[in-house]
Design a protein around this ligand. Structure first.
Ligand SMILES: [Zn+2]
Length: 154
């Protein structure tokens, strides 16, 4: 039995012991696919609305405001810290060897942002800080978000 099974007879309703069976497929979509292909090459792209000029990051194939087509545009991947948090404990609440900083970064030339690890000393980070991405070595990239190792102050 899978989770999306359709129950038409209420007497068939039941509960699960242990783990619930869940199946899903997540895709990044055609614009996301273009982004990851570009990232594998070491480039960042966004999508600009041909009508209103809004620049989407992550890229979209159409504008959410006027439903117009977009076109891919190159961006630097650099940006400005909008917000951040410092994690000092791991998921099991054990102290981390080194605090981890997660930041929301407004990307230059876009109306969007990215959430990523920021490699800096917590006491040096501030809202408005300029940052740039550090990518894996070209031969190690897989076309995944983890191709961006972290952001660092620029
Ligand atoms: Zn638009």
């Amino acid at each position: 039995m899978v989770f999306n099974e359709k129950i038409v007879n209420p007497t068939e309703l039941r509960h699960w012991e242990g783990k619930i069976e869940l199946y899903w497929v997540y895709t990044s979509g055609s614009a996301g696919d273009e982004f990851f292909k570009a990232l594998k090459k070491g480039k960042f792209i966004a999508a600009k609305c041909k009508e209103c000029g809004k620049v989407y990051f992550p890229p979209r194939i159409y504008c959410e405001y006027d439903f117009s087509e977009t076109e891919y545009v190159n961006i630097s991947g650099e940006g400005t810290v909008r917000a951040f948090t410092v994690a000092r404990l791991d998921k099991d609440e054990k102290p981390l060897e080194k605090p981890e900083i997660y930041a929301i970064i407004d990307l230059d030339g876009t109306d969007g942002c990215i959430v990523h690890l920021l490699n800096a000393k917590p006491e040096d980070v501030y809202v408005g800080m300029r940052v740039k991405p550090v990518l894996k070595a070209k031969n190690k990239r897989e076309g995944r978000i983890t191709d961006i190792l972290y952001y660092k102050p620029s």
